[in-house]
Write a protein that binds this ligand. Structure first.
Ligand SMILES: *Cc1c(COP(=O)(O)O)cnc(C)c1O
Length: 360
């Protein structure tokens, strides 16, 4: 059995320890005689799994008691609709558009009300985060929406926008648990788990209790009401049981690694190795404004499409998988989430150096 260095943007690398443990427990989870996949979600054993997962996440992120943690389905993309359906009381939302996921959320919100684009970085192919310190936020906006880490373009909000008192809603799919966060600054934090936490299809929503109400837009399906899921402990229907179990294991792994401050240190160290190399390379260059660089997704180019393709091909042959940039932007992208070991980034940089020497 051999493992590659997997730089996929998502679904993405998971800690080997977690995979091994899950494999060991596959046939017989803790003496139950069955796999977690086969277990009733109403069983004592499963209730313990989901309770522990929530408790560990609360502990890691220091989530205050007046926030609910929901484990839901439909990926991050279903939240693009659930957020307006549940929060658009005045039918108006302010959107900051910093990439494709932010744009998709903005377009979806328009189906339900007036979505106002208050800032954008589309003018420079989303290669930076706009200044959000003094935006023109409508008085009657229900919330301000951001995508905090832009997976495709490799930018990250280093400072949260000044929402002028409005609720902040943030998609953290690709920076979830990568560094400490002050939950109290947000109304809603949510993310698909397949980037940094677990198997695709599950989304975690951390939402302030007062935002969970019966007052949703007319026609909101039962399954898309936060209140239904909050009132039923994420078990209104059968939850994504196995996914939540894996997420729980990853939470424990992060705790063991030292929590979110330690994760941040680990991630900064890895990203620095790659960015330092890009900054001095004569062949490769990063595509993002240095001050807005993501610690998780690092896009780069050679400036020559053929050479980019050659690099991706040779890298794959050498055991570095999924380095091709997103289909809409081209070039390369190395996603270096929590579970990517520092050795993976060091090996990649050594490979890039060699490729540079051979192709200059
Ligand atoms: C991947 C991603 C999404 C979409 O996630 P799905 O689970 O496929 O719906 C949304 N937002 C961000 C920032 C992402 O990286």
């Amino acid at each position: 059995m051999s493992r590659v260095y997997n730089f996929s943007a998502g679904p993405a690398v998971l800690p080997e320890e977690v995979l091994k443990e899950a494999a060991e427990e596959m046939f017989d989870y803790k003496g139950t005689g069955m796999s977690v996949m086969e277990m009733s979600h109403r069983s004592k054993a499963y209730q313990a799994i989901i309770d522990e997962a929530e408790a560990d996440l609360r502990d890691l992120m220091n989530i205050p008691d007046n926030y609910k943690v929901l484990f839901l389905q439909g990926g991050a993309s279903l939240q693009f609709a659930m957020i307006p359906m549940n929060l658009m009381k005045n039918k108006k939302a302010a959107h900051i558009v910093t990439g494709q996921w932010a744009k998709k959320a903005y377009q979806e919100a328009k189906i339900y009300g007036e979505a106002v684009e208050v800032a954008s970085s589309a003018d420079k192919t989303f290669s930076y985060i706009p200044d959000c310190s003094d935006l023109d936020i409508p008085e009657d906006a229900d919330y301000v929406y951001i995508c905090e880490n832009n997976t495709i373009y490799g930018t990250k909000f280093k400072e949260l926008p000044n929402t002028k008192g409005k609720i902040l809603v943030s998609d953290v799919s690709s920076c979830f648990l990568s560094e400490p966060v002050d939950v109290t600054k947000y109304g809603v934090i949510y993310g698909g788990v397949q980037k940094n936490i677990g198997p695709a299809g599950t989304v975690i929503v951390i939402i302030r209790e007062d935002l969970i109400t019966e007052d949703t837009l007319p026609g909101t399906p039962t399954m898309m009401k936060y209140k239904i899921h909050a009132d039923n402990g994420s078990m209104y229907n059968t939850p994504p049981c196995y996914n939540i179990y894996i997420c729980g294991k990853v939470f424990k792994w992060i705790k063991k690694m030292g929590g979110l401050s330690a994760m941040k240190e680990h991630n900064e160290k890895k990203a620095k190795i790659l960015y330092d190399f890009l900054d001095q390379s004569k062949l490769f260059k990063g595509t993002v404004e240095p001050k807005d660089r993501s610690l998780m997704n690092v896009p780069f180019v050679t400036g020559n499409e053929e050479l980019d393709a050659k690099f991706v091909k040779e890298a794959k042959e050498a055991g570095f998988e999924n380095l091709k940039g997103h289909r809409t932007v081209g070039g390369m992208r190395a996603s270096i989430y929590n579970a990517m070991p520092i050795e993976g980034v060091e090996a990649l940089v050594a490979f890039m150096k060699k490729f540079e020497e051979e192709n200059m």
